[in-house]
Design a protein around this ligand. Structure first.
Ligand code: ATP
Length: 258
């Protein structure tokens, strides 16, 4: 069970308000898509959830408790650009998260424990379609394969929340589509919440159970930094049919505020 709550959260950088009064309750096992124009604060929203940034006002709760102030293993993340370690094998890229958790000083596991973590990493690599690439290095993988590896790397620590920041933005359309299937299946198989930032409304609506759009709706020409982005639409889209019909509605809403 994982619930997430944003309570009147604002974020400012040096007096410039980026996000303003964001309140949101996410039910267990939600797949939230976050859309909005460039610069609206989508990545900032994600960084707050990752605890890479702290709210200037308001608070964020996970399961009713204040979010841990530092990034921790209950929240995994996959970025657009490949966040894998180039000098480590594919297998070691995946086992690393567990090694750090169990042996933070040496980063090395031994004996039976090592065998168990490697077996689990291999199962995960098989699951994301990289079973035969375990001994390769990232430079020997295509872009899509590197993103599959990044996903396996994030999942090995069994996060409650998986954060995806434009994870498919650098991929070709065919690879992107196969990644959509994979991520949706992994979300269905695992009891985790996903929060995905994307520029692409179609992507948001084909994957998510709920889509929020954030944007600046107020602007003061005397004080351009006074207002930040707010949630301008919040759309439940649990079934595919609803998702398709609500996508058109969201496009109209976003065009209206643009
Ligand atoms: N660390 C920071 N210090 C100062 N300003 C920042 C910082 N991080 C983000 N910003 C500013 O906050 C605003 C929102 O940035 P953010 O990256 O969250 O937007 P975004 O919606 O993810 O944009 P894009 O879609 O282009 O990636 C931008 O104006 C950006 O310059």
């Amino acid at each position: 069970m994982t619930t997430i709550a944003f309570k009147s959260v604002s974020k400012e950088y040096g007096g410039v308000r980026v996000l303003e009064d964001i309140s949101l309750e996410l039910a267990d096992h939600e797949f939230l898509g976050v859309v909005g124009p460039s610069g609206a604060g989508k990545s900032t929203f994600l960084r707050l959830l990752l605890s890479q940034e702290q709210p200037t006002h308001g608070k964020i709760l996970i399961d009713g408790q204040p979010i841990a102030p530092e990034p921790s293993q209950d929240r995994g993340v996959v970025f657009q650009r490949y966040s894998v370690f180039p000098h480590l094998s594919v297998l070691r890229n995946v086992t690393l998260g567990r090694e750090w958790a169990k042996a933070p000083l040496t980063g090395r596991l031994r004996g039976q424990e090592r065998g168990e973590v490697e077996a689990e990493a291999m199962r995960l690599l098989e699951r994301v379609g990289l079973g035969s690439s375990a001994d390769k290095f990232p430079h020997q993988l295509s872009g899509g394969m590197q993103q599959r590896l990044a996903i396996a790397q994030a999942l090995i620590v069994r996060p409650k929340v998986l954060l995806l920041d434009e994870p498919f933005g650098a991929l070709d359309p065919h690879t992107r589509k196969s990644m959509h299937h994979l991520v949706r299946e992994l979300w269905e198989e695992n009891q985790m919440t996903i929060v995905m930032v994307t520029h692409d409304l179609s992507e948001a609506f084909s994957l998510s159970t709920r889509v929020i759009a954030i944007d600046k709706i107020r602007y003061d020409p005397q004080d351009p930094t006074a207002y930040g982005s707010r949630i301008v639409s919040d759309i439940e889209a649990k079934s595919k049919i609803v998702r398709e019909s609500r996508k058109a509605e969201a496009v109209r809403m976003l065009e209206a505020v643009a």
